[in-house]
Design a protein around this ligand. Structure first.
Ligand code: BG6
Ligand code: MG
Length: 219
């Protein structure tokens, strides 16, 4: 009995969501745009390009293509500076054990992230080798909530969408998993992630033997 286990990165495996928020907030401020926590929730899981588009839309601002590129680079530099010191200790509670348990049970594991920084981050965390397949922002053309990233991950693992389980902290990512016909497990607040099939605050809040429960679960 096997399923494809597909993990989002930012906010699921590692607490980088707060650094994306800080970097976007500084970027928005540099454009004279106020940027709130609620708006940030809508940017979770969303690609760099689409995030900047949304911020400009909310701030009612237009910029040239050249400045747009500059601002994206600026945001990423700021972000990379904030995550410089990431290491194993930044892995979210329970995640490492969960991955090791999957390995122990011979279950296939993939990453499905919108980030173009995913591979170096997994290296910093020392867990890149646990992933059989990595699909990130450098491999897809359509961003979440489009299901492309998850469909690509499950097909590379050789599984059907209905035999795949996605772990997500973002609304866009939960929607992508649902659209793909995959089981969606939300990590975060129930109010925000109400479209997910199940929601936990952390991996450590999952019941005993939850992997077996998932292996027997159907969408
Ligand atoms: C997602 C994050 O995983 O990746 C978003 O939730 C981020 O906040 C997106 O904007 C793109 O990441 P990056 O690292 O390529 O800018
Ligand atoms: Mg995320």
């Amino acid at each position: 009995n096997k399923k494809a286990f597909i993990f989002d990165l930012d906010g699921v495996i590692v607490d980088t969501a707060k650094f994306h928020f800080i970097a976007w907030q500084r970027l928005a401020a540099s454009l004279g745009i106020n940027f709130t926590h609620e708006e940030n929730e809508q940017l979770k899981g969303v690609s760099r390009v689409n995030s900047l588009k949304k911020i400009l839309e909310w701030g009612n601002k237009t910029i040239t293509a050249e400045v747009f590129q500059e601002k994206m680079d600026q945001k990423n530099e700021e972000y990379l500076d904030l995550i410089k010191t990431l290491d194993t200790s930044d892995i979210m509670p329970g995640v490492h054990n969960f991955l090791l348990e999957l390995k122990d049970k011979n279950q296939p594991i993939a990453l499905g992230s919108a980030s173009k920084n995913a591979r170096p981050i997994l290296e910093k965390l020392g867990i890149k080798n646990l992933f059989d397949v990595i699909v990130d922002g450098t491999n897809v053309t359509k961003a979440k909530p489009d299901p492309e990233v998850f469909l690509s991950a499950c097909s590379q693992l050789g599984y059907h969408a209905h035999d795949s389980i996605v772990f997500e902290d973002s609304v866009a990512g939960v929607q992508a998993a649902n659209t793909a016909g995959m089981i969606s497990i939300g990590l975060g607040e129930k109010d925000i992630l109400h479209e997910a099939d199940e929601v936990f605050n952390h991996f450590t809040d999952m019941p005993e033997d939850y992997i077996n429960t998932l292996l027997n679960k159907n969408k």
